[in-house]
Structure formats: structure tokens, C-alpha cells
Design a protein. Structure first.
Length: 153
């Protein structure tokens, strides 16, 4: 069963403060509904595969506004056999985008991966059509090293 805890706060680039939470498993957390909302948006815009690849054991960090509403999250999986942390989903409610929230969520995941699991790389798959995600990746210092290709037959 998932347990979650408040792990601090962040401030966006408009000086708005948010509470931050962490759960070692996404199941049975308030963030789960937003995971599905994020996947639905990606699927609707043809920026994700129809099969959702995440499990109950994947971890999540999310932030809430003063009203207790989740406004952004990052879902990730530690793959010790690959010595890698895979970002499975980042999602920010549209009205909160462009405020510098996602890089701060990524910083938290980087810290967890390094200190708790001694992981040295973070990876993700991004669709070439997801231009907003590609721009965000470049801003956080990640390098685009490959695109996945597909041929419909």
C-alpha cells in the first residue's frame, strides 16, 4: 500500500508557493487521477502510445496549490538493473504551465535518484510531435539522443 508524505515546498517563477508530496507507489494516492488525466491528454494529441506503461510500484512527486488541488506531477520508475531512472510522465494542469514548475519537480527526482538509489542517469521517451516537452527537456539540460520510430503497415 502506498504511503505519501509532504516533502517541502517550491516557489514558481511568479513567486507562488506550492506544497510538495512524494509517494513511493502511485496507487492509492491523490495523484493517481492526474496520472490518468495526463496520459489522456497525451493520447488525445497523439503524443503517447495507446498502451500505458506504468505500474503500481512507480513513484510520484506532485505539488498542490493553496486549495489542496494537484497542479503538477512527475511519475518515474527506478530501474536498478539498468542503473537508470525513467521519467514515465510529467503533467502540469494547463493553467499552471510556463511557471517553471516542471524543472523543480525534475530536480527533486534527480536528488531522490542520486541519494536514495545511487542512480546516475535519468531517461524518458518523448514523441517528436510533443514540441512543448522537447523545449522543456532542453531547458533542463537533458540531451535528446534518439527518437523512436514507427512504421504503420
Amino acid at each position: 500500500m502506498s504511503t505519501f508524505k509532504e516533502i517541502g515546498s517550491i516557489v514558481d517563477n511568479t513567486n507562488t508557493s506550492y506544497r510538495m508530496f512524494y509517494a513511493n507507489e502511485v496507487a492509492n494516492t491523490p495523484a493517481l487521477a492526474y496520472v490518468f488525466e495526463g496520459w489522456a491528454e497525451l493520447l488525445k494529441n497523439n503524443m503517447a502510445f495507446p498502451r500505458v506503461h506504468f505500474g503500481n510500484k512507480d513513484s510520484v512527486v506532485w505539488i498542490e496549490n493553496d486549495a489542496g488541488e494537484i497542479v503538477a506531477l512527475i511519475l518515474y520508475a527506478i530501474r536498478k538493473d539498468e542503473d537508470d531512472c525513467w521519467i514515465l510522465l510529467t503533467y502540469t494542469i494547463p493553467s499552471y504551465r510556463g511557471k517553471g514548475i516542471n524543472p523543480k519537480l525534475l530536480d527533486i527526482v534527480k536528488e531522490i535518484a542520486k541519494t536514495k538509489f545511487e542512480i546516475k542517469t535519468i531517461s524518458s521517451n518523448i514523441f517528436a510531435t510533443n514540441t512543448s516537452a522537447l523545449k522543456a527537456i532542453e531547458k533542463t539540460g537533458r540531451k535528446i539522443i534518439a527518437y523512436r520510430t514507427r512504421l504503420d503497415i
